[in-house]
Design a protein around this ligand. Sequence first.
Ligand code: SF4
Length: 452
Amino acid sequence: MSDDLEPTTHTYFIRTFGCQMNVHDSERMAGLMAEAGYKAVDNPAHASVILVNTCTVRDKADQKALSDLGRLRQHKKENDGVILAVTGCMAEREQENLHRLMPEIDLIAGPSQVRNIVPMLKDVTPGKGVRLGKLYSLPEMTTPPAVRPEGVCALVTVQEGCDKSCAYCVVPRTRGPERSRPVSAIFEEVSGLVAAGYREVTLLGQNVNAFGKNSGHGDSFGDLLRALNGIDGLLRIRFTTSHPNDVDEGMIKAMAECPKVMPHLHLPIQSGSDAMLARMERGYTVAEYRMWITRLRAALPHVAVTTDLIVGFCGETARDFEETLSIVDECNFDGAFCFIYSPRPGTPAHKWEDIPPRELSVERFHRLDERLNALVLSKNQERVGKIEEVLVERYDSSQKRISGRSPQFRHIRAVIDDHSLSPSPGDLVSIKIETCTKAGLEGKIIEKSLLA
Ligand code: SF4
C-alpha cells in the first residue's frame, strides 16, 4: 500500500470475500458504521478502521483472505492508531488461530456479530489486545441500516444460519442455527427499497426456503413471497439459496401464483449419486430431488432450475461420477456452479481420508464443466429469435448498450439503435434475441414495457 497516505479519523474501509450473504453483511456493517458517523473510503490506507469480511467455504477463500491480511497487518504495524478487524466465516472458525498468527488484529468476530460491529469496535484499543465476538451471543434479528450500491437490484437477508449438517460444510459452525426475520420487518424494508428506486430484490438465506421454520412467527416462505408480491412498484422477487428438503407445495404455489416472483429456482443437488448424497449427509435422495423438480415444472413450465455440484468428495467412485453426469442431463439444468471438494477443518468429513486423487477430481471437474457448458449453450441457442422481458440493470452510454436479466435469470445485452426507446435502469423492455454464447444472450430492443 502506498506509504504517502495517512489514515484519517473516523473513516472505514471494508474488503469483502465470498457469497451474497457476505456481500450483504458488508452492506449492513457499512450502514451501521455510517450511522455511527464513520465515512467510507475506497483505499484501506486512508481508513482508521479496516474491516476484512472473510469466507471459508473452500481453502482457496482462506488463502485469499490470509494474503490480504498479511499486507494489511504490515500497514497496521506502520500506523499505530489503525484498527484492523476480521469478520465473516473464517473469523468465526479460526478465532484463536488468527489471533496467534496475526496478533496485530484488534477484533475478530463471526458473521452472527454483524449487528454488534460498532459497539465491539468501540471496545477496541488499537494494539492493546484482541476483542473476540463469539457465535454464542446471537443478537436480535433487527433490520440494520445498509449501504447498498446504487442500482435497481437489492439484496435482502431474510433468514440466517443453518440447522442441517452436511458433512463437508462449515456454515452451521460459523453462522449458527436457522432464524428468520419477521415478515413485517422484511415488508417494511422492501417497501423502503422500492421507495428508494430499487425494482428487484433478491431474498437471501443460507436455506432461504427454510424461512419461518423454528422462528415462532408461523409464517412460511410461501407466505413471505405472497406478502412481498403485494408491494406496489416492486417488479421482481428472486431468492437464494434453497434446500431440497425445504421445498414444499406452499412455496411452489406461491412461485406459480405470484407474478413478481421470478420463475428461477437455484436448488443445489451436489451429486447425482445416492451413495454420495448419503455420505455428504444431504438428507435427500436423487429420486426425492427429481420429484420436486417434476412438481415445480408441472406448476411452472417455463421455470429455470440451476444447481450446485461437488466432484471429488470422499469415496466418490467412477459410477458415482457417471450418475452425476446423467442427472445433469436428466434434470436439464439451466446452469450450475461446480466445485472440487475442499476439506474444511471443523466439519465431519475433514478427517475422512478416502478422497479421490486430485488429478482424477480435476479431470472429472473438467468433464462435468464441459457437459454443463454444452447444455447451457444449447438452451441459449433455443432462445435465439425469441422475445425476452428484461429488467434494465445497466446502461452503458459510451457503447449505447443496456444489460439486465430475463425472468429466468439469463444475462441479456442489447444495443440501443432506436433512440425513441432509450430505456434506463429500472425499465422493463422486450428484447428480440439475435445471438448467444454460453454466458448470455444478445438482441435488439423492440419495446419498452409500460409496467415500469
Ligand atoms: S444446507 Fe448444508 S451446505 Fe447448505 S449451509 Fe447448511 S450445512 Fe452448509
